[in-house]
Design a protein. Structure first.
Length: 459
């Protein structure tokens, strides 16, 4: 378990196994969730009732799908003061960070273009708009995840989503953990759906008699939730963040890092579940050996020792690199959910990172702080999908329609190119003539008004 290997000596099969890590049997799971999705689409509330009773052991009436507002208020009132303070700090930091993101990603932008003449002007830009409705999945099972309730909802509100629903599997007697209700309360979520699994994703994607249809569903879940999100997204029914899999971390460290802290980081990921992946990349063999010894010692007193052992046996790796450039190259190929950089020249390494969900730099940035309270998000791409997507943020809930406005001179300067290219494509009647027809009309604008759009989008 957790054997030390040199990257340059890995066989193709060993390298592929590490990079591919845990992957759900998506094709098989898709077949299992398809009838659930189709039945919810066809039968609505009755299918949700059936599957909630079958999978969660709770019989709900449609009027009981959503947690009553008085229960949310009661949960907040009964939450101990220390947890209230901690949740308030988490909420404040997440809200502030994502509002700051919005300043950069969600504001309009436009620029004036020209073929050269002052009169031949046009303006092109973007005008971000939020989706109307969204939902966030908060996992259930044996644990409670108030932090996830914050992570899925706060960025949505920061983006300008007006209607947000949290959905979570019900516990016995249809209850939802008090801490989740408290987190939803402080985030401003008023509708909490007591439905989980593929049936929850399908109900929100299609809408039922009681459950509203949403535009985007985000958040982590089990393999059935993940498969339902992927399936419905592929059908074009609903937008999603990404199909999230088991948690994972890559640590790039040299001998300036502390053995004890690095060992605990590996342990922290491994205790998530048996499929979690933990990888250490280092250029120092003595450091690698020391970390391995400490991890094995820590397992002996870990509360979830069986899970940690299984995780590290199947998906744990300590890899020796010839130098830190080789570590960076392997990390970029791995594209980890969490990447921790703990080296003497941390910025030199950071500048070469291209693919990661969330990056933690230096000795005072453990992954757990990003999971809860620094303000970034813990709903992150896994399984290598950080190569092409990002974690949940305001941009998850935004669309970026482009906008343009042309002066008469600007249109005239571009008209010949439209005519030439559209004719080459076989569009002889409409495309070019639609431009020429505009130019035959008398101008309704005495002045060039492209500046109005420029000012509007850059406001």
């Amino acid at each position: 378990m957790l054997e030390i290997k040199r990257i340059s000596q890995l066989s193709k099969q060993e390298r592929r196994a590490i990079l591919n890590r845990s992957s759900a049997r998506m094709a098989e799971t898709m077949e299992r969730i398809r009838p659930i999705v189709e039945k919810v689409a066809q039968e609505g509330d009755s299918a949700v009732i059936e599957y909630t009773e079958r999978f969660d052991g709770v019989r709900l009436k449609p009027e009981e799908f959503f947690v009553p507002q008085e229960q949310i208020e009661q949960a907040w009132g009964e939450t101990d003061d220390e947890l209230k303070i901690a949740l308030s700090l988490c909420h404040s930091n997440i809200r502030n960070f994502h509002r700051d993101i919005k300043t950069h990603l969600a504001s309009g932008w436009a620029k004036t273009y020209s073929t050269g003449s002052e009169k031949d002007r046009w303006v092109c830009g973007i005008m971000p708009t939020a989706v109307d409705r969204a939902a966030g999945y908060v996992p259930g099972g044996t644990a409670a995840y108030p932090s996830t309730a914050l992570m899925v909802s706060v960025p949505a509100f920061a983006a300008g989503v007006g209607d947000f629903v949290i959905t979570t599997p019900p516990r016995e007697a249809g209850t939802v953990p008090q801490a989740v209700l408290a987190a939803a309360k402080i985030a401003g979520v008023t509708r909490i759906l007591r439905v989980g699994g593929a049936q929850a994703i399908a109900a929100l994607a299609f809408g039922t008699e009681t459950i509203p249809q949403v535009d985007v569903v985000v958040g982590p879940g089990n393999v059935f939730v993940t498969a339902a999100k992927a399936y419905l997204s592929a059908l074009g029914v609903v937008g999603i963040d990404f199909p999230a899999g088991p948690s994972e971390v890559v640590i790039i460290a040299d001998n300036s890092a502390r053995v004890e802290s690095v060992a605990f980081e590996l342990l922290a990921q491994a205790e998530h579940d048996r499929d979690a992946a933990s990888v250490l990349l280092t250029d120092n063999e003595a450091f690698a050996s020391a970390v391995r010894e400490r991890v094995l010692a820590l397992i002996e007193t870990a509360e979830r020792a069986d899970i940690v052992r299984a995780s590290l046996k199947d998906y744990g790796s300590i890899l020796l690199c010839d130098d830190l450039d080789e570590a960076v190259s392997f990390s970029n190929a791995y594209a980890p959910e969490h990447l921790q950089i703990w080296v003497a020249d941390e910025l030199a390494v950071l500048s070469k990172i291209r693919h990661a969900g969330s990056i933690f730099v230096g000795e005072w940035a453990p992954v757990a702080v990003g999971d809860y309270v620094s303000g970034t998000n813990h709903v992150l791409p896994t399984g290598g999908s950080a190569r092409f997507t990002s974690g949940v943020s305001v941009s998850t809930f935004l669309k970026y329609p482009t906008v343009q406005k042309l002066s008469r001179g600007g249109l005239a300067s571009l008209a010949p190119a439209v005519a030439k290219v559209s004719t080459a494509e076989g569009f002889y009647s409409g495309h070019g003539r639609s431009v020429q027809q505009r130019l035959k009309e008398k101008s309704s604008d005495a002045q060039d008004t492209t500046e109005t759009l420029l000012k509007f989008l850059n406001r």
